[in-house]
Each structure stands twice: as C-alpha cells, then as structure tokens.
Ligand binder design. Structure first.
Ligand SMILES: [Zn+2]
Length: 294
C-alpha cells in the first residue's frame, strides 16, 4: 500500500506548495525555521518509533488538519527520490525526512508513465478483477510506442519540387512509414513506403475527380434508348453499300476495306453507319457505339 499512499500525497502537496510560499513572507523567518526544524525532529522520532509509515501518517494528518501547528510546514513537503532510502520519500528543502540525506525531485511523469504506474498499482494491490484490468492496461501501454510530438502523421514537405518540376507531399507515418503524393499530368500518384520498399501505390486520374459532362459520358447501354429510337437512328444515318459508295465515289467492288475505315457495317439492315460523325449528337454517338459492338 505504501506506493499508493505516496502518490496520493504527492498530488496533494503539488497543489498546496504555493500556499506556503505565500505564507512565508508574512511570518517571522526565524519562527519558520524553528518550525521546520521541529517538524524534522518530529519526523525523526516517529521514524525511529514507527518507521516510514508513521512519518507519512503524521504528514497526512498535519495536512488534513488545517489548524495543526505543523500544517504550514507539511504543505511544503515534497515527495522526492532519496538514494539512501532507495525510494520516493517525504522531503523538505530536498532533504529526506526519514534519513536526513539529500533528495532529488521526481521526474515529471509523462501521460504514459502515469498510466503505467496506475496499471502497476492495480496489478500490485488490486482485487482479482482490478489485477486483470491492470494487466490489460499494461499490455496496451506497452504496445504504444511514443512518437515524435505524439503524432502518427508528420508532414515533412509540401509544395513544388523545383528539380522535378512537380508538386508533391511527403508525410511520415509512424516510425518507418512514408506516404508520397505526387501530382502528374493525368492526376496524382500515392506511393506508400515501408522502412525500405514501396508497399503500395495508387494512381488517381484527373477524370475521376472531374467527371465529364453527362452528355459526353452517356454509357453505351441499350436500356438508354428504345427500339423506336434505334430505328430512327438507323433510318437517318444508315446507308446501303451502293448508296454510300455513290456518295463517296467508291467502286462498289472491294469497297469494304475503304468503308471500314470510317463506317461500320450493321448486318441486320445491311447498313453502313459512320463510326463517328461531327453531326451526331452525343446521344446518337452513344447509339452508334452500341450498334457497332453488334
Ligand atoms: Zn532518505
């Protein structure tokens, strides 16, 4: 239970240290010195009689009773590292109240260290349920490695890479990972690196970000036009071989190869149809594309 008690006191004294520093100027310095000396002597005697716990009890009691003659001094007690006692000990002016040797302030605990201590206390002093909880906490804490700034992502660079004439972003991910995003003419590329090698890459096309207008993008799908519309299209644009050859001045004999360049043959109607025509509406182009697939 010892370490639990210590940490409770540390928290209390941290909050109340300020009180004494404001008290001192109002008091006779000699008197304060006497009180500190008295306090230290009381601690010494208590230690000899009842050990460390008797001293701690005394300090806690003095803190609890605001009107106790030792309260102002008790408020100035810090728990510090005593090498001689090999523990955190109550200390006044960096002097151990147990053994009289000099003490060192405790390092400021990081958040993770505090959690680790809490977990330790649960494991050491808890009931079976608390012990299990403490072990769980410890597993999690041990799995978390502190990272620079406690951030997973760290933006290393963003902007124009003049030597490569491109915009790029470099992001560190955790300890070993890195993401590069590079602008290309067609869009951008995301490269993910592990410690040594590229582990994944993805290209994103500008077209995906800026889809074409609806009209241009109409899918070639027979469900998008009725049979009647298809017939209308064929009537308007389809030509029999002799018609198209007459129009273009081709000899019908062996004309297929020539016609195939700009037309496709629609077998059911024996029609030649322009693959694409500047006169087509986007919708007509879509029908033409569909029929061309046969
Ligand atoms: Zn000591």
């Amino acid at each position: 239970m010892f370490s639990v008690t210590i940490h409770r006191i540390v928290r209390i004294t941290e909050c109340t240290v300020l009180l004494l520093t404001t008290l001192i100027p109002n008091r006779n310095m000699g008197k304060v010195k006497n009180e500190i000396q008295e306090f230290t002597e009381v601690c010494e005697r208590l230690y000899q009689k009842g050990g460390v716990s008797a001293v701690i009890e005394f300090i806690n009691e003095a803190l609890r009773q605001g009107d106790n003659v030792y309260s102002p001094v008790a408020q100035n007690v810090q728990y510090e590292r005593c090498e001689a006692c090999d523990n955190e000990m109550p200390s006044l002016n960096h002097t151990c109240l147990i053994c009289g040797q000099s003490t060192e302030p405790l390092p400021v605990l990081s958040f993770l260290d505090e959690l680790r201590e809490q977990a330790n206390e649960l494991i050491a002093f808890g009931d079976s349920h608390e012990k299990a909880k403490g072990r769980g906490m410890m597993d999690v804490i041990n799995a978390i490695r502190p990272l620079p700034n406690n951030l997973y992502f760290e933006l290393m660079a963003i902007g124009k890479n003049d030597s490569l004439q491109r915009e790029e972003i470099e992001i560190n991910c955790g300890e070993n990972g890195k993401i590069m995003i590079v602008k290309t003419d067609e869009g951008f590329v995301i490269d993910v690196y592990g410690q040594n090698d590229i582990v994944d890459t993805m290209a994103v096309w500008e077209d995906t970000l800026n889809p074409l207008e609806d009209d241009d993008d109409e899918p070639i799908d027979p469900n998008n036009f009725s049979l009647a519309e298809q017939e209308d299209f064929l009537d308007q644009w389809g030509q029999l071989t002799d018609e198209v050859c007459a129009e273009l001045g081709y000899d019908e004999e062996g004309s297929d190869d020539l016609l195939m360049v700009d037309y496709f043959y629609y077998e059911p109607k024996k029609y030649w149809i322009p693959k694409s025509a500047s006169m087509y509406t986007p919708r007509e182009q879509s029908i033409a594309d569909y029929l061309k697939l046969g």
